[in-house]
Design a protein around this ligand. Sequence first.
Ligand SMILES: [Zn+2]
Length: 604
Amino acid sequence: MKDNYSILFMKKSFLFLLMISVHFSYAQNYDTYISQRKSNLKFIDNSIHNKKTTSDYKLLNSKKFFGKQFKEEKKTKRFSLLNQTYNNINIFTATLKINYDQEGSIILYNDNSINIDLVSDGEFPKQELVPSYSNISKKYILESSKNYFPISESEIIPTLKLYYKIGQETFIVVFNSDYKIIYRKSLSLDKTTIPTKSANASVFMPDPITTAQVVYGGNIAHNEGTSNSEIEAQQVDILIECKHENGIYYLENDHVKIFDFSAPRWDVVTSTDGNFNFNRSQVGFQQVNAFYHISSIKEQINLYGFTDAVDYQIKVDADGENGDDNSHFHPSTPESRSTLEFGAYINGKTEHIPDAEDAEVVVHEYTHAIINSYSNRRNTNERRCLEEAMADYVAVSYATGISAYNWEKIFKWDGNESWNGRKATSDKCYSNLHFSNNPYDHSDIWIAPLMDLFFSIGKETTDKLVLNTITALDGNTTMEQAALIMLKMDSTNNNHKNSTEIFETFKKYCILNDGHLSNDNIELSSFKIINSKSFANGGELIIDFGKSFTGDIKIYSTVGYIIFQTKVLDSRTLELNSQYFDSGIYLINIQNENTDITSKIIKH
Ligand SMILES: [Zn+2]
């Protein structure tokens, strides 16, 4: 920074002159700029070639962070999230997120930091003056903080970042020195149409269409919120673990609490005899259904090892949204105050199926809470679409794990009457797509390859890869980057077992292409020498470098003479024919600036 001081000073003066002339113009809106920034995703090579030797690794591990200043915001065993600062004040959306493997070694980082070149003069706006310059009255304001705001990749301006809440919806808004709003976003997702004891309960598993294996209609339909014997036959008796106190059972456990915080103000059911058996015409049914499926998906991800996701009791209004056909995840600060809300059905208001009756809707919403635990920034249109598609995948995987019937349709029960649900398949090509501010436009392009993987490498493997990928999301992640992260997670956690399958699957939808294979950090397999038995008996030896490799290959006799040598240029494999070798034992050495490996081979 010192070297740039004079340049900085000159630019500041220039800007000051400029500001005088434009002072009274309407403030520019930076929603578009922020919503299109792309993070710089870098992988650290953690293969045997050069673990921990890269300069990035050293800079991150020494906490030098490329010479920029950061404040740590969150640290878990999986990742650190740091916010870039200037003069100890946070820079809006300028983050650095670092992910670790199980041993705590850095495997990748997402860099959204700014190369500060120009810092605009001006005062930080004050919270107490906001009501007089805007329509945000004092009672709606939750909190605010001084922030620098990036108006380009090198310029920051002093601003006030403020959270305010109207009804259940929280907004983030940024004011510049002139008290003009330069950025505003709703934090709520899914504005779509779209000590315990065991108790007995009855739920849909996952929905009546799937268990009855019928098309929507007749008795297996909404029918103005009524029940009948045919639809009740689709209910499944299960045990739920719930709070038991002074002889009363509550829909509450460590993971979830059914709570009435939103209209219609319908009471939460309790039980004195340990039975929560309702049919769908009764309020308790939707409450029990939401309670059961949230508890169940949380147990499942805990078993997968993601106990740090939604590690708080989430409050859920299973019959809210004032009776609209809507559901939301409402993130909050602190995270443990986040809530979920599902639209109730009020007779005669609009004809729609209550969202909490469909396990896929319940799990979709809960997945936003999971993602929020690992990545609570959603800056870009594509990142928001990616999140919706991830939530759709977790929902469809959950339901398909129960039954694969009609798996291609998402929201098999809820997606009737007022809307048609979404698709888990796609015939699109990623490279042709433009992401608008409707996050559902292209969610199919991301869930489709995930469902292909679900069927080719299995539910549990795909679920874990998806969750691991979610831990490395940041506010600007693209689908292309997420696919590369998934490959990296497979390399790190499964020793490349599924890498070729993952690569080929994403390639089918143009999310990845052969060009990615020349990326130094993309490994489809670990380094290995294959076919050595065949070589011993006169066939070929194949060296698989696991990625594009450039270096020298030498074969020595046991007494140290070079028998053979060749240069490899940008190749993933090398084949050696044994016919040029006499019987005996040889040492093969593979070397470049990062690598020096020697292995023994035999020719009979
Ligand atoms: Zn959603």
